[in-house]
Ligand binder design. Structure first.
Ligand code: ZN
Length: 88
């Protein structure tokens, strides 16, 4: 499976996902795309960046399906190889 419609790589290093977005909170800042806004800091989905795949895996892996989790890990591995300049 390809890294997927919901994963995107920036500069070959940072993998972001359109499944989640970051609000302005210091913690619990990852929101599902189903959330319109953060009730704590008031950030609105449309104004906020997509979440980083590694942060989703680290902070809230329980929000991912098994398939999504595998795609995230694959995409991160791919980006890591790309940025280190060799393909393992
Ligand atoms: Zn917030």
């Amino acid at each position: 499976m390809e890294p997927g419609e919901y994963l995107e790589t920036f500069r070959g290093e940072i993998v972001v996902t359109s499944l989640f977005w970051d609000c302005e909170c210091d913690k619990d800042f990852i929101h599902s795309k189903r959330h319109e806004a953060c009730p704590i800091c008031g950030a609105v989905r449309e104004d906020q960046p997509d979440s980083r795949a590694n942060e989703v895996l680290l902070i809230c892996p329980e929000l991912l399906t098994e398939q999504q989790r595998k795609s995230f890990i694959e995409a991160l591995e791919w980006a890591r190889k790309l940025s280190s300049g060799h393909w393992g």
